[in-house]
Design a protein around this ligand. Structure first.
Ligand code: GRF
Length: 192
C-alpha cells in the first residue's frame, strides 16, 4: 500500500545512454510528487544503468525482455512506467496492466516518423530526407504497437538549413529533457 502523500513510484525502462533518464533523475530529485524507484534495462551495457547506480536507484537487467512475467516482476509495485530510449516492444499483458500509466518519448512529431525500426538517428535521417521544416519530441501513452498510443504532449523544433542527423537530434534532445519530466510530474499529480 502507498501511504497518502508518498511520492509516486516511477519505473524507467532504458536501452541506451540514458540522457532522458538523467533528466528525470535530476527533476525528481527530492520531489514530493514522484521518484524514480527502479531502472530496468534489456541491455547490461546500457549507459543508463550507470546513471541509475550513481543516483543510488535500484536496477534490473532483463534476461528476456519478451518474457511478460519477468518484466511484470521487475516492475514490482511501480505506479507509473516511463520508456526512455527503450527499444523493445512491451508485451500486451504488461501494456494492459499499465494502461494510461505507461509512457514513451519519441524524438519526432508522431504519428510521423514513428513505428518499427524508427529509432535513433534513423528518425532524424528520415525527417531530413522528407524535407520537413519542423521536427520535435512527442510523449505518448504506450499501447501494443511501437509509437502508436495516444499523444500526451508534443513540442516542435525547427529543422535548420544544413542540419545533419546529429545536429537535429541534439536540438530535439534538449526539448525531450524538458518535456519528459513535465509530463511525468503532471501524471504523478493525477495519480497521487
Ligand atoms: C531519445 O531520443 C528518445 O526520444 C528515444 O531514444 C533516445 C534515447 O536517448 N526514444 P537517451 O538514452 O535518453 O539519451
Amino acid at each position: 500500500m502507498t501511504p497518502p502523500g508518498a511520492p509516486v513510484r516511477v519505473a524507467v525502462l532504458v536501452s541506451g545512454g540514458g540522457t532522458n533518464l538523467q533528466a528525470l533523475l535530476d527533476a525528481l530529485h527530492e520531489s514530493p510528487l514522484a521518484r524514480v524507484a527502479r531502472v530496468i534495462s534489456n541491455r547490461p551495457d546500457a549507459g543508463a544503468l550507470a546513471r541509475a547506480r550513481r543516483a543510488a536507484v535500484p536496477t534490473t537487467v532483463l534476461r528476456d525482455a519478451n518474457d511478460p512475467a519477468e518484466l511484470q516482476t521487475a516492475l514490482g509495485d511501480a505506479q507509473l512506467v516511463v520508456l526512455a530510449g527503450y527499444l523493445k516492444l512491451i508485451p500486451a499483458s504488461v501494456v494492459a496492466r499499465f494502461r494510461d500509466r505507461m509512457i514513451n518519448i519519441h524524438p519526432a512529431l508522431l504519428p510521423d516518423f514513428g513505428g518499427p525500426g524508427m529509432y535513433g538517428r534513423r528518425v532524424h535521417e528520415a525527417v531530413l530526407a522528407s524535407g520537413a521544416k519542423e521536427s520535435g519530441a512527442t510523449v505518448h501513452f504506450v499501447d501494443e504497437a511501437f509509437d502508436r498510443g495516444r499523444v500526451i504532449a508534443q513540442e516542435r523544433v525547427p529543422v535548420q538549413h544544413g542540419d545533419t542527423a546529429e545536429t537535429l537530434a541534439a536540438r530535439v534532445l534538449e526539448v525531450e529533457h524538458r518535456l519528459l519530466p513535465q509530463v511525468v510530474l503532471d501524471l504523478a499529480r493525477r495519480i497521487s
